[in-house]
Ligand binder design. Sequence first.
Ligand code: SAH
Ligand code: SF4
Length: 337
Amino acid sequence: MNQFEGFITKHNLPKYRLNQLEQQYYRNCIEDWDSLSTFPLDIREKLKEEVPIFSLHNTQCITSKDGKSEKLLAYTVDSKAVEAVLMKSDKRITVCISCMSGCPVGCLFCSTGQMGYYRSLTTREIVDQVMYFKRKLYKQKEDITNVVFMGMGEPMLNLDSVLQAIDILVDKMGMSVRHITVSTSGYIPQLKKFMKVNRGVKIAISLHAPNQEIREKIMPTVAKVYPLDSLMKTLIEYQKKTNKRITYEYTMMDGVNDSKENAEELSTLLKHQLCLVNLIRYNDSMSDEFKKSSSKKIRDFQNILTKNGINNTLRHSYGNDIYAACGQLATIKAKSE
Ligand code: SAH
Ligand code: SF4
């Protein structure tokens, strides 16, 4: 039971009160309980005492130079860092959210993975990242169109909260499932469960390697336990069953996974799959170990995929900019303190 339901039950209030509360919170973006004008004064006072109006604190928001993205750094009530990013394009307003503070998977090239793991976020902490930006946009008569679970953390390792957050985005905020994407590094049992209960949310897989050897090197924790061939088998079954396309994220790192041979191998791996490869320019993080691939290498890689009939896109540098934010903001902040 979430905090809102808990409050309604505790005070024996009728069901319509919950609907009113949720409507005002998720749709009208109220920022204090006094604004809940449909509620009697005495219940509003109780709400103020018992239910925090927001679950994130010390919010700091930085706008990128081009004004198209905003990065939120906030803290949970027990001071765990949370990050979210807003990206605006002509067609979409996307929010990238975190489901954990840090991440236990520890992929070697990922800032979040390198910062360690603090804890999973609650459903409310996940949803409130969306609400932070939704409230801001509401004042300008704008709204979020897309949500991606591509911030800090591994959604499959916090599945219940992620599923509940999706329900709120869809049922309470009225978002379309097709405009929500969940990304995973490949925890197969949880992914299978997610696929079973999935209401139509898009699935993205952090692949980043054309073979088991490279994947194991850069994503050891998950790749050793869930090898690439089992992952591919699971995903092919899903494509066949649902006729839905999988997005593969492939972050290009110099000398790691960006050779012409790697491109050929990736093409073979994904041949006949219903998929899209999302090539991402690696955002040089604070480690010297990984560097972004040159533009020429990325172009050559992309050409080979295209020649082999593999659907692909290259993320704009602005998207790239955003990925840098996931994990990096909190890490930079922690290091400077
Ligand atoms: N844990 C999930 C959700 C996070 S998604 C997952 O891994 O899928 C964040 C995406 O950004 C992942 O594909 C991740 O591999 C990628 N990423 C991490 N660090 C990056 C960096 N420095 N540059 C570009 N992409 C990065
Ligand atoms: Fe965690 Fe994903 Fe980063 Fe790996 S890539 S450490 S799973 S956030």
